[in-house]
Design a protein around this ligand. Structure first.
Ligand code: CTP
Length: 400
């Protein structure tokens, strides 16, 4: 058995991040971002402007980062603005105020943070956060356009409650979301840029009556891991999610309940996709008859429920696949390879990922998995580890 795709393993850890903080109220979230960075076992150096110190203290940040925090009083012969940008792999500016954006776009280097920006020869990602009118102001928009054209990654603020008391566009993403954007830039490969990936994930609920359904324990984690990894590699993602809460930051989410709804959603988005990953645990059967009112037990003995087969979404898509790459999953309890190869052929898939759902520390609910990828030539590749890590490696194999 081959195991080709070991390169890029652990690419998220031990990264060197320079974090710039300017003076906006969203700076209160930054200690949590520093914790996110440290949780990933990455190193972080911090530069903050004088006005950022009104919102979060250097002491808090240096305690969390385990390092001295640089402020304007460190702007001396040791040239920290140059040394820090030479040390780092990425410069993250969060929150980025209208004032700091304006300086970045116009080459003004009047403090340590803006001087570091001018000296930086590394990828830069900025998270503007401000009042909605300040964000919409033509000079802010012009500055953002200038920065984008120069290759700076701009992550626009989202809608939400703002410090000024209104709801509007100006909210900085949450720390875990910022980290995802940072990792997207840091990804060792962006070989799915421009590609569109449609993913099904999670369980379906096949309702018998308004309060009861047939389902399975799928958590949707493997599908989301495939989505996140493709997103890190640069792809655009649409995820068709069964009844489960998923981490969907950066994805377009289409929520469905039953297999029939999932089938409709897949058909409606089929043309859009270059890759279709079918990771959902689709119910194979639904109740032959849906009871519009709650089924009562009084006066009944045993209750026999008649079931009818749901469409096999993967197989139906396999019939019309054209040049799309189809990746399916096989959840098995015995004869893993044999069953998976038979599904790959029967459903006209390009790849199938098979796992033993009875194995310890893998499968449903777990953050870990052991998977075999099988292609149309029946080559096998083994992957084991965190779902998100193995999803990244699996995609590497598929792309190659
Ligand atoms: N699948 C699907 N529609 C279904 C059932 C399964 O699209 N009604 C897809 C799954 O998303 C997965 C693949 O088909 O990608 C295999 O699913 P699995 O449940 O392992 O197999 P089944 O085809 O349902 O066969 P069986 O339950 O008999 O093993």
């Amino acid at each position: 058995m081959n195991n080709l795709n070991q390169q890029n393993k652990n690419w998220k850890s031990k990264r060197k991040i320079l974090l710039g903080i300017s003076g906006g109220i969203a700076a209160y979230k930054i200690p949590y971002l520093v914790r996110e960075i440290r949780k990933l076992n990455c190193e972080v150096e911090i530069i903050m402007t004088d006005s950022a110190k009104n919102f979060v203290t250097p002491m808090t940040l240096s305690t969390l980062s385990g390092r001295k925090v640089f402020t304007d009083s460190d702007f001396d012969f040791t040239i920290p603005h140059v040394n820090l940008t030479q040390w780092a792999e990425i410069f993250v500016v969060a929150p980025c105020t209208a004032n700091t954006l304006g300086k970045f776009a116009n080459g003004i280097s009047d403090n340590l943070l803006t001087s570091a920006f001018t000296a930086a020869n590394i990828p830069v990602i900025v998270f503007p956060a401000m009042n909605e009118n300040m964000f919409d102001n033509p000079s802010t928009q012009k500055n953002l356009e200038i920065l984008s054209k120069r290759g700076v990654t701009v992550v626009n603020p989202s809608y939400g409650d703002l410090a000024c008391g209104i709801s509007g566009r100006g909210r900085m993403p949450e720390p875990d979301e910022i980290m995802k954007e940072v990792l997207r830039v840091l990804s060792p490969v962006h070989d799915m840029a421009g590609k569109k990936v449609l993913i099904t994930a999670g369980p379906t609920h096949e309702y018998i009556d308004p309060v009861r359904y047939i389902s399975n324990p799928s958590s949707g984690k493997m599908g989301v891991a495939m989505a996140r990894s493709a997103w890190y590699r640069g792809a655009e993602i649409k995820i068709i999610a069964g009844s489960v809460e998923i981490d969907s930051y950066g994805f377009e989410v289409i929520k469905v309940k039953s297999a029939l709804e999932m089938f409709e959603a897949v058909k409606n988005n089929f043309e859009w996709a270059d890759y279709i990953v079918m990771a959902a645990a689709v119910g194979d059967y639904r109740a032959k008859e849906f009871h519009a009112h709650k089924i009562k037990r009084e006066g009944k003995g045993d209750f026999i429920l008649e079931l009818t087969q749901n469409p096999d979404i993967a197989a139906e898509i396999g019939k019309i696949k054209n040049d799309k790459i189809l990746i399916g999953f096989a959840a098995e309890t015995q004869n893993l390879i044999e069953n998976a190869v038979s599904k790959l052929e029967r459903k006209n898939l390009d790849y199938i990922l098979v796992n033993d759902v009875l194995a310890e520390n893998s499968g449903f609910q777990s953050d870990f998995n052991t998977l075999r990828l099988i292609d149309r030539d029946k080559n096998e590749f083994l992957f084991s580890g965190l779902k998100e890590d193995i999803a990244f490696e699996v995609l590497g194999n598929v792309i190659r």
